[in-house]
Design a protein around this ligand. Structure first.
Ligand code: AMP
Ligand code: GLY
Length: 416
């Protein structure tokens, strides 16, 4: 099978790494990719948001499957263009991707499906904002309705900061604060059949101890030793299957990866958000534990044949990933700095620990930073402590001027 992956982050590197290890994959292409993905896939230049260009590239390469990684191309309708060209594609249609593209739409679908989530108001005027903030009280949760790369959400006890963020957005969702640990659960679906993956936990704040601003994600781990073993079944029944059924009922079937961001509150599981694609950095740890070859799973979702797929096989190993980010991230990052130590990790820490590139590019012989989240180091081990130790050992070999990473990824869970 020839596979083309669209995107250029650590998530796409993780997808490409798994696909490159799949004996069913005969050729692997990625567009636009990054310096790390270039080691496992052939890179092509393409505007990832241009459906016509992506489907032309897929046709030219004779791709049997296109995997669209990030949300922006999905929301722009890139999967529709590929599907219309008759090429199987893993990723939802433009209309179905609105589950991530509009928080207000997601709330509407959840209401229709009876899926538990925070009570919320959609506001477009300062008067509505004031009323909603008053109705819920502190802490305030204010979400830009549109796509914001994980940075459109403000959670604060400061009513002025909450109102300022709300009034800077065109349309905003203001909602009830959900207390309790967060879990990311991904499911692969063809629009009818839903297959859950293993749960993971993401660390959204920039600094240790969950301090600092929200980011795209600074690290992740799986499995979750503290979680109820029935959690996945419960979320399947109360969230994932009803949402997929509701999307089909509305005439906008969702196929691809449905990501449920959940809060485990004292009153039960609640959906914080949906995403329409693999999460980053959770994908790095989930795929590190998946033993079933990936391409067949994604192709079955693309072709509507998930019902016939054998149950997924998982490793008992634990996995931890630690994101190394540029100076100043999540604000405008500094880029163009050389990254060293990558060869040392490959020589000394593989196969248990490895680097997945995000914002990197080649500059002559060097690899330099080219984005906010620069790379993530992923490691596996018999348990979280071992995986964590291996991940941080590898991180310590990598040097990037001014870079930052959290030192407490999976620490609490490993000690529990
Ligand atoms: P989102 O982009 O919707 O995932 O929000 C980013 C982060 O903000 C989440 O991972 C949570 O940590 C936090 N957050 C979002 N919604 C809520 C909520 N209703 N209550 C508490 N925290 C929230
Ligand atoms: N890890 C959060 C996200 O992918 O949105």
């Amino acid at each position: 099978m020839k596979v083309l992956v669209i995107g250029n982050g650590a998530r796409e590197h993780a997808l490409c790494r798994s696909l490159s290890l799949d004996p069913g994959v005969t050729a692997l292409h990625c567009a636009p990719g990054n310096a790390g993905i270039a080691e496992v896939a052939e890179l092509h230049q393409v505007d990832a948001l241009d459906g016509t260009a992506v489907s032309a590239l897929a046709a030219e390469l004779g791709a049997d499957l296109v995997v669209v990684g990030p949300e922006a191309p999905l929301v722009a309708g890139v999967a529709d263009a590929v599907r219309e060209a008759g090429i199987p594609v893993f990723g939802p249609s433009r209309e179905a991707a609105e589950l991530e593209g509009s928080k207000a739409f997601a709330k509407e679908v959840m209401a229709g499906a009876g899926v538990p989530t925070a009570r919320s108001y959609v506001c477009t005027t300062p008067a509505e904002v004031d009323e909603a903030l008053d109705a819920f009280g502190a802490p305030y949760v204010v979400k830009d309705d549109g796509l914001a790369a994980g940075k459109g959400v403000v959670v604060t006890g400061d009513i002025e900061a909450a109102a300022a963020h709300a009034n800077a957005c065109e349309r905003v969702v203001i909602e009830e604060y959900l207390d309790g640990p967060e879990v990311s659960l991904f499911a692969v679906t063809d629009g009818t059949t839903v297959i859950p993956l293993q749960p993971a936990q993401d660390f959204k704040r920039a600094l240790d101890g969950d301090e600092g601003p929200n980011t795209g994600g600074m690290g992740a781990y799986s499995p979750l030793p503290w979680a109820d073993p029935k959690l996945v079944d419960e979320v399947m029944q109360t969230v994932l299957q009803p949402t997929v059924d509701e999307m089909r009922r509305r005439g906008t079937p969702f196929s691809g990866l449905l990501y449920a961001g959940l809060a485990i509150t004292s009153r039960g599981v609640r959906v914080i958000e949906f995403n329409a694609r693999f999460g980053d950095p959770e994908t790095q740890v989930v795929l590190a534990r998946l033993k079933t070859p990936l391409a067949g799973v994604l192709l079955a979702a693309a072709n509507g044949t998930l019902e016939d797929l054998a149950p997924l096989r998982w490793s008992d190993d634990a996995a931890v990933t630690v994101v190394v980010a540029s100076h100043n991230y999540p604000a405008t990052p500094r880029t163009g700095d050389p990254i060293t130590g990558l060869a040392e990790v490959a020589a000394q820490d593989a196969p248990h620990a490895y680097v997945l590139h995000a914002g990197t590019k080649r500059a002559g012989d060097a690899v330099v930073s080219a984005g906010g989240r620069v790379l993530s180091v992923t490691a596996t081990g018999e348990n979280l402590t071992e995986a964590r130790d291996r991940a941080y050992q590898a991180v310590s070999r990598i040097h990037l001027d001014g870079s930052q990473y959290r030192t407490d990824i999976a620490a609490k869970a490993a000690d529990a």
